[in-house]
Design a protein around this ligand. Structure first.
Ligand SMILES: [Zn+2]
Length: 482
C-alpha cells in the first residue's frame, strides 16, 4: 500500500500588518518532512510505503502571499500527479485557517482539496487531521473521507489525532469500505480563548463526542470551533460526524443533528477561562499579589493566534510603575532589528536600545538603557510536542529597574518552561512573567500562583462582538441575537 503524505499549516490573522511568505514558513521535504508530522508508528507495517512530499509550517501569521501558497500547493499537486497510478490513499495535515491573497474563496486548504480531487477523482481515500480553530464547509468536508480535529485546546492531543486519522485511513484502504463525513454548520462564532477544553462547556461537548464514538457505527465525531481572525464565508463553528461505513450515513446524520444541538444549546455558556482584566487592573493585581510567579498574558498580541508579538504596550505600562519592587520578565518581545543590534555587543555591555518595531501605535519603540545578559537560541526546544529551532534571542536587564526583556528575532510564544531556561534564566528568578498568549498554556498555568489574561488591544482583540465581519453567514451568534 502506498500513501502520499503532506502537511500545510497556517493560521492567518488578517489584522497582522505583514503577509506570510515562504521565508516565514518552515519548509521540509521528503523524509525530513516526515519528522514534523507526528505520525508515530502507524505506518510501520511492512506493506506500507509512504511518499512524503512537503511539510510547510507557516505557524500563526498574516494572510499568505499568493505566490507562496502556489508553490506549496503545486508541490503537493505535482507529487500526486506523478504518483497517481501508484498511490492508494492520501493523508494531509491541514490547519483550516489559512487565508490566501487573491484566492477564490480565500481558504488555501479548501482550494487544495478541490484541486486534489480534480486529479484523483471522487473515490481515492483521503484523510485529514486538522486544528479545531480552522473553518470548514460542506464541500470541503464531503471531499474528504476522514477528517478530524484536535479535541484539546491548548492542543495537547495533536499526535493522537494525527495517528487516529492515519490508522483509520489504512483500515479504510484495507477493508475497501466507502465513507463520507456528515457536516453541520452552526450559526455560532467563537474565539479560541472562550473554548478551553479543561473548562465547560467544551468538557461536556468532548464527553458527548466520546459517547457518540462508543457506537460501532460511528467512526469519529469532532467539533470545529472555527477561526475569527479573517473575514470569510466559511467562518463559524462546524461539526463532523463520520459513519464507519456509508450504509450508516442516515444514522450519522441523526447523530450530527444531536451533536449540533448539543453545542448550539450551550452557546450562552462559552466564556473566558480564568481571570481576565482590563490592562491597568491586570497589572495592579499582579503588583499587589503576595505569591509568585504571576503570569500575565498580552491577549491582544497573542502569538499563538497569529499576532506578531511586537507590542510594547505592557512594557510601557511596567516601565512607568514608580518604585517597581517586583522582578519582571518579558518573554518575549519580537524585534528583529534590535535583536541584530544586540547580537553585536558582548555580554555585560551597557547600551541604549529601542525596543519595538514601530509598526503601529501599540508597537511603538521604547528607549531603554540595558545590560546585555544572555544570547541564545530557542533551538532543540519543544512546542506542542514538536522539536524545532524557534530562532535567536537576547535577554537584557533594564538599568536601575528590576525588568528583564527577552528580545527575539521572530514571533513565537513562550508556552513551556524550558523555553525560559533557554534564555539563561529560571522562572524562579521572577515575580511576574509577561507572555504573548491568550489563554495561558498548561505548564505556565500550573506554575503560576496567579494567571491573568490582560485584555489588551491588538491584532487578536478579544471582544468578538466588536469584530467587523461582512462575509460571514447571518444571523450568527453572538454578533446577532439568536
Ligand atoms: Zn488551534
Amino acid at each position: 500500500m502506498k500513501i502520499l503524505v503532506a502537511k500545510f499549516v497556517l493560521e492567518a490573522n488578517a489584522n497582522v500588518p505583514m503577509m506570510s511568505d515562504l521565508e516565514n514558513t518552515a519548509l521540509s521535504f521528503g523524509e525530513e518532512a516526515l519528522t514534523h508530522m507526528q505520525l508515530g508508528d502507524v505506518f510501520r507495517d511492512e506493506d506500507i510505503e509512504l511518499i512524503p512530499v512537503i511539510c510547510a509550517d507557516a505557524g500563526c501569521s498574516g494572510v499568505m502571499k499568493k505566490k507562496a501558497f502556489n508553490y506549496i500547493e503545486q508541490s503537493i499537486l505535482d507529487a500526486i500527479k506523478e504518483n497517481r497510478n501508484e498511490i492508494d490513499a492520501i493523508y494531509l495535515h491541514l490547519h483550516g485557517a489559512s487565508e490566501i491573497e487573491d484566492l477564490e474563496a480565500g481558504s488555501g486548504e479548501h482550494h487544495l482539496l478541490k484541486e486534489v480531487r480534480k486529479i484523483v477523482g471522487p473515490y481515492m481515500p483521503i484523510g485529514i487531521s486538522c486544528d479545531p480553530h480552522g473553518n470548514l464547509c460542506k464541500e470541503y468536508v464531503e471531499s474528504a473521507n476522514i477528517i478530524r480535529s484536535f479535541r484539546e485546546a491548548p492542543h495537547t492531543d495533536i499526535p493522537e489525532t494525527v495517528q487516529f486519522v492515519c490508522r483509520e485511513l489504512v483500515k479504510l484502504v484495507r477493508e475497501r469500505r466507502r465513507i463520507t463525513p456528515v457536516y453541520r454548520k452552526l450559526p455560532l462564532i467563537l474565539g479560541g480563548e472562550q473554548t478551553v477544553s479543561l473548562d465547560e462547556p467544551v468538557k461536556s461537548i468532548n464527553c458527548f463526542m466520546d459517547a457518540l464514538e462508543e457506537d460501532e457505527r460511528i467512526l469519529s465525531a469532532s467539533w470545529h470551533v472555527g477561526y475569527i481572525r479573517h473575514d470569510t464565508p466559511v467562518a463559524g463553528c462546524g461539526i463532523v460526524v463520520i459513519p464507519c461505513d456509508d450504509k450508516y450515513r442516515d444514522y450519522a446524520n441523526e447523530k450530527a443533528d444531536e451533536l449540533a444541538s448539543f453545542v448550539f444549546d450551550r452557546r450562552h455558556e462559552f466564556h473566558y477561562t480564568g481571570i481576565t482584566k482590563q490592562p491597568e487592573e491586570a497589572l495592579n493585581m499582579a503588583l499587589n499579589f503576595e505569591g509568585r510567579p504571576v503570569v500575565i498574558s498580552d491577549s491582544g498580541d497573542n502569538v499563538t493566534s497569529g499576532s506578531m508579538g511586537v507590542n510594547t504596550f505592557i512594557l510601557e505600562q511596567v516601565i512607568s510603575v514608580e518604585k517597581l519592587q517586583k522582578k519582571v520578565l518579558f518573554a518575549s518581545i519580537h524585534d528583529v532589528n534590535t535583536y541584530q543590534q544586540l547580537m553585536s555587543y558582548s555580554i555585560g555591555s551597557i547600551v541604549t536600545i529601542k525596543v519595538g518595531m514601530g509598526i503601529d501605535e501599540l508597537s511603538k519603540p521604547v528607549e531603554l538603557k540595558v545590560t546585555v545578559k544572555y544570547k541564545g537560541r530557542q533551538e532543540g526546544t519543544r512546542m506542542y510536542g514538536e522539536d524545532g529551532d524557534y530562532g535567536g534571542l537576547v535577554r537584557v536587564s533594564v538599568v536601575n529597574k528590576p525588568i528583564d526583556i527577552v528580545i527575539c528575532e521572530n514571533n513565537h510564544s513562550f508556552v513551556e518552561i524550558h523555553q525560559i531556561e533557554a534564555c539563561g534564566c529560571s522562572l524562579d528568578d521572577y515575580d511576574i512573567l509577561i507572555v504573548k498568549q491568550g489563554y495561558i498554556h498548561p505548564e505556565l498555568l500550573e506554575a503560576g500562583k496567579l494567571c491573568i489574561m490582560s485584555l489588551t488591544k491588538g491584532a487578536t482583540l478579544q471582544d468578538t462582538s466588536a469584530l467587523d465581519f461582512k462575509l460571514i453567514m447571518r444571523p450568527m451568534f453572538p454578533i446577532d441575537n439568536i
